[in-house]
Design a protein around this ligand. Structure first.
Ligand SMILES: CC[C@@H](C(=O)O)C(=O)SCCNC(=O)CCNC(=O)[C@H](O)C(C)(C)COP(=O)(O)OP(=O)(O)OC[C@H]1O[C@@H](n2cnc3c(N)ncnc32)[C@H](O)[C@@H]1OP(=O)(O)O
Ligand SMILES: [Co+2]
Length: 139
């Protein structure tokens, strides 16, 4: 399994609107498209494009959001996860399983419409890590 490009850095925020205001004021940056809800993931999402990657702003959505506890502990928000692309999600999952790396939940469809899963931060040096099938592989 080969490590692919850094697709995005996930940034948890109590308010996407307030975070966008910060990117606008400090960098003159606009979101690549309007914010949208992903109820199945328990988050509201908005992307800001950088030349080589994206910032994924995520706000808690609904009961039991996976971001809720993070925001409780970090009321201003902060860096939440990094996301690396892989060519083949099933191969990547089998690879991490064979190494005993803890995988958080099932493989599901992420914000880019391709399959994703998460590796436990305790097995990644304290960094919650999303593994995402590269959009060019999806059919
Ligand atoms: C937009 C859709 C999608 C995409 O396509 O890009 C996304 O990115 S969705 C992003 C949100 N979804 C997820 O995060 C799913 C995976 N996350 C989880 O399963 C859980 O949030 C978690 C990582 C297992 C944390 O569990 P939780 O119950 O929320 O918190 P705890 O406080 O019990 O955490 C246990 C332990 O882990 C540390 N931790 C928690 N979050 C992070 C983090 N983001 N980065 C690093 N470490 C983290 C936490 O500090 C605890 O450590 P100890 O206190 O030492 O036990
Ligand atoms: Co993400």
């Amino acid at each position: 399994m080969k490590l692919g490009r850094l697709n995005h850095v996930g940034v948890a925020t109590p308010s996407i609107e307030r975070s966008l205001e910060t990117y606008r004021t400090l960098f003159g940056a606009e979101p690549s498209s309007p914010a949208f809800d992903l109820p199945a993931q328990g988050v509201r999402v908005c992307f800001v494009d950088a030349p080589n990657s994206q910032i994924e702003l995520i706000e808690p959505l609904g009961e039991g959001s996976p971001v809720a506890k993070f925001i409780e502990k970090n009321p201003q928000g902060g860096q939440h996860h990094v996301c690396f692309e892989v060519d083949d999600i099933a191969e990547a999952r089998a690879h991490f399983e064979s190494l005993g790396t803890r995988i958080l939940g099932p493989t599901r469809i992420g914000a880019h419409g391709t399959p994703i899963f998460f590796l436990h931060p305790k097995d990644m040096g304290g960094m919650l890590t999303e593994i995402m099938e590269s959009p060019k592989q999806a059919h």
